[in-house]
Design a protein around this ligand. Structure first.
Ligand code: SF4
Length: 345
């Protein structure tokens, strides 16, 4: 198996952090985030006691920030209820915030070597092929057949190794375009033997996306830029952003943005230049963000909304930004590129 940092001693805290971080994140990037997290927060207690800003900064660029908040909420429960020791019982693990059926199974089997299935999309793909299941991937019957077969196999093997081997098989061999000739289980794979691997799993209904366009402004005044904090609840809660408006196809985005910003600051705002157009997605939403640099009038001191603050551009690295706004800062060289150190969100 690949030598990964949380496989050194299968410490439950490390396994838990790795499982949460690697959801929706490529392995190489996940390892970088994992190492930075463990350096700053080496124990469950340190997670429980960390500031929200520290938690969000360590998570910045990974997306799905509720995972980071749930990590801290769970850490507080573990400190209070389990004397800072990660609970070993599956039901207790499953009851922690942010831990679903798959993650609880992965932690129980990998950290505690318990015979509990950990079935994610990779495992579903592998077994719909091995068993040649001809019901749609999302159907209940498909999931229960896979679960039953995984349970049977788990009963006869070492759970920690079995579940990790499945994860690696799904990540490296039985991928979307599988390498069947190199597959160690091809002699047991019905879809392979029947020559219908390309037809398994049976596809789900295509997702429907909602598309929208926003114009966002990085406003300069007296060598500082304006940023504002999002509300403490809801999408990208408590992350930072630039002021923005929705735009329609018949609008000149820069003019509409300048007019809007003038109302926020109660001062004239002039467009300096367009920075970039960035795209980002969350759940079934796809957003195109047009970023502009603007200048607030020098003479009149701009008004500052309650949730806003003026900072020097170099200070932006100290704030955790929602995905699209972070990408604008990357274009300006004020944040490290997410293609080098983080996953796409
Ligand atoms: Fe997947 Fe091919 Fe192996 Fe079957 S033989 S499990 S389809 S990689």
């Amino acid at each position: 198996m690949c030598p990964l940092p949380w496989r050194r001693d299968y410490d439950p805290y490390s396994v838990w952090i790795s499982e949460i971080m690697l959801q929706q994140t490529q392995m190489e990037r996940g390892v970088k985030y994992f190492n930075a997290w463990l350096r700053t927060l080496p124990t469950i207690q340190s997670v429980a006691e960390a500031s929200e800003e520290t938690i969000l900064s360590l998570w910045e660029g990974l997306g799905y920030y509720s995972r980071a908040r749930n990590l801290q909420a769970a850490a507080k429960i573990i400190v209070d209820k389990y004397d800072s020791n990660f609970p070993a019982a599956y039901e207790a693990i499953r009851a922690l915030p942010g831990i679903g059926e798959y993650t609880a199974g992965a932690i129980a089997s990998i950290a505690f070597n318990q015979a509990v299935p950990a079935i994610d999309a990779n495992v579903m793909r592998i077994f719909t092929r091995i068993l040649d299941i001809d019901t749609p991937l999302a159907a209940k019957a498909t999931k229960s057949r896979v679960k039953q077969r995984v349970g049977e196999l788990l009963a006869t093997t070492a759970p920690r190794l079995f579940n990790q081997a499945l994860m690696e098989l799904g990540a490296l061999v039985c991928t979307k375009n599988p390498s069947c000739a190199q597959c160690p289980v091809n002699s047991s794979c019905l879809a392979f033997r029947r020559g219908i691997v390309a037809e398994r799993p049976l596809p789900q209904q295509p997702k429907r996306y909602t598309y929208s366009e926003l114009a966002a402004g990085i406003v300069f005044y007296n060598k500082r830029i304006y940023i504002q904090k999002r509300p403490p609840e809801g999408l990208w809660a408590s992350l930072w952003e630039f002021p923005h408006i929705s735009i329609a196809s018949n609008m000149q985005p820069e003019q509409a943005l300048a007019r809007y910003l003038a109302t926020i600051f109660n001062a004239k705002v002039k467009v300096r230049e367009k920075i970039a157009v960035v795209k980002h997605g969350y759940t079934t939403n796809r957003v195109t963000l047009h970023g502009f640099m603007l200048d607030a009038a020098e003479k009149a001191q701009p008004a500052i909304p309650d949730n806003g603050v003026w900072i020097y551009p170099r200070e932006a690295e100290n704030y955790a930004f929602a995905a699209g706004y972070r990408k604008l800062l990357e274009k300006l060289g004020l944040k490290p590129s997410s293609t080098q150190s983080t996953m796409k969100t």
